[in-house]
Design a protein around this ligand. Structure first.
Ligand SMILES: NC(=O)c1ccc[n+]([C@@H]2O[C@H](COP(=O)([O-])OP(=O)(O)OC[C@H]3O[C@@H](n4cnc5c(N)ncnc54)[C@H](O)[C@@H]3O)[C@@H](O)[C@H]2O)c1
Length: 320
């Protein structure tokens, strides 16, 4: 059986991606691994390994022992958390990728997925419909690590033939798991506040438009990219991917239509400057043309799904 290793499987994307892969390929074929404990949602659905990706030799042992043929690497310190500890973010984000690429090269792992981010674009990139090959000069350590990571992926493909594939995720919105310290976390927190009947104190301005995507679309895109024939993959840095672009005021209006008493206040903090450096919308034509990407969620049906799925018992307080 071809085994797949998902590293960072207890995180926001890792949990949902692992569940989706297990549904498609069977529980035993997908090994979840993380430094922190197994996510509750993963329990009983397949194998779990405690793993520190910073230890390359342990990674090698596990890849050999389980005859791993595909790795999804989802470990990173995200944008807002990274600005609080830039050197740690650089170290974790880079070394986790290099360890994975090296073990993949040395042990004959057939495919690697590693996500980049819209954070690779900085102030000088076009704000609207930011193209695949736009000038990228990121303003955060997170963006710098993603841009460098993209170049390493490109290098390992052309130099060593490691079939590494990547997507520049926009902000991801999910109800099953909580966000891990990014600048787009507000778009999840807002639903938790609405369901708890709390006023949401938004850390971005009302009119700050950012590219976002519902988790189901992001997970589907990831699996579709990884399952696409190699001949269809023309981008070996990372693919632009678009879902929905909206502002805090627009999502608040959509929530109010379903939760009439919902209130929002705005108190921008340091994350406003990070958001200001990013594009407002993304041109993902190349992903659409190469491997047939097409999003299925818009602001309206995503809002309905989120409100439907977060029960009052699950909603957490987002008061600061
Ligand atoms: N969430 C988003 O909106 C978003 C947007 C763009 C890109 N991305 C990228 O997607 C990937 C996953 O993001 P996420 O939001 O799920 O992050 P997350 O913080 O929720 O999850 C990361 C996981 O990695 C684990 N981890 C940390 N250090 C580790 C180590 N040394 N060894 C093993 N595991 C370790 C953590 O315990 C955590 O479970 C990251 O590369 C991130 O940059 C995320």
């Amino acid at each position: 059986m071809n085994k797949t290793l998902v590293i960072g499987a207890s995180g926001q994307i890792g949990t949902e991606l692992t569940l989706a892969l297990r549904q498609q390929f069977g529980g035993e074929a997908i090994i979840a691994a993380d430094l922190k404990r197994e996510a509750d949602l993963l329990k009983g659905t397949g194998p779990f390994l405690p793993l520190d990706i910073m230890d390359k030799e342990i990674l090698r042992v596990q890849v050999r022992r389980h005859e791993v043929k595909t790795i999804y690497l989802l470990v990173a310190m995200l944008s807002a958390a990274g600005e609080k500890n830039p050197m740690l973010a650089w170290h974790l984000n880079m070394q986790s990728l290099i360890n994975t690429l090296e073990v993949a090269r040395e042990e004959g792992v057939e495919k690697v997925f590693w996500p980049s981010s819209i954070a690779v674009f900085g102030m000088d990139a076009p704000k609207e419909n930011c193209p695949q090959d736009a000038y990228a000069a990121p303003s955060t350590v997170y963006g710098i690590s993603k841009l460098s990571g993209e170049q390493w992926c490109h290098y390992y493909f052309y130099r060593y033939g490691v079939d590494v594939r990547s997507i520049r995720y926009p902000g991801l919105i999910s109800y099953k798991t909580l966000p891990g310290g990014g600048t787009t976390d507000y778009a999840i927190e807002i639903f938790h506040s609405a369901i708890r009947g709390e006023t949401y104190n938004c850390f971005l301005r009302a009119d700050k438009r950012l590219p976002m995507m519902y988790m189901d679309d992001a997970v589907r895109a990831t699996i579709e990219l990884m399952e696409a024939p190699e001949s269809k993959i023309s981008v070996r840095t990372s693919y632009n991917l678009a879902g929905i672009s909206f502002t805090p005021a627009e999502i608040a209006r959509e929530i109010k239509a379903l939760v009439p008493g919902f209130k929002i206040e705005y108190e921008p903090d340091f994350r406003q400057a990070i958001a200001d450096s990013w594009p407002e919308s993304i041109d993902d034509r190349v992903a659409r043309e190469d491997w047939g990407w097409k999003p299925s969620f818009n602001l309206k049906n995503m809002t309905e799904e989120m409100l439907h799925h977060i029960s009052p018992g699950l909603a957490v307080s987002t008061r600061r």
